[in-house]
Design a protein around this ligand. Structure first.
Ligand SMILES: [Zn+2]
Length: 95
């Protein structure tokens, strides 16, 4: 028997939402381009369908949180609303 909560999250995942179809939507910190050396975007990606969302962190360097707090909130909001409507079933992985 396995449960959703027993699965190990990748270290980069800061939030995970279960869709009505049984897939997961992961929120991670990521870089916008390959040239970026530090995370600068909050990335939400559905594991059941191609949908995703990028929330860019505010570029102002003098902000205490680099703008990530707002972007995290935005990405979580997208992930939750997508999880409530997505009925795609995750593709089985062949172990
Ligand atoms: Zn989806």
């Amino acid at each position: 028997m396995s449960t959703q909560t027993a699965s190990v999250w990748p270290e980069t995942v800061i939030a995970r939402y279960l869709t009505v179809g049984g897939a997961t939507v992961d929120v991670t910190h990521d870089t916008l381009t390959v040239d970026d050396t530090k995370p600068n975007v909050s990335h939400a990606k559905c594991g059941g369908c191609p949908a995703y969302s990028n929330s860019e962190w505010a570029s102002r360097a003098d902000r205490w949180d680099n703008g990530s707090t707002w972007a995290d909130s935005d990405a979580r909001h997208w992930a939750q609303s997508h999880a409530e409507t997505c009925r795609a079933i995750p593709k089985p992985t062949n172990a």
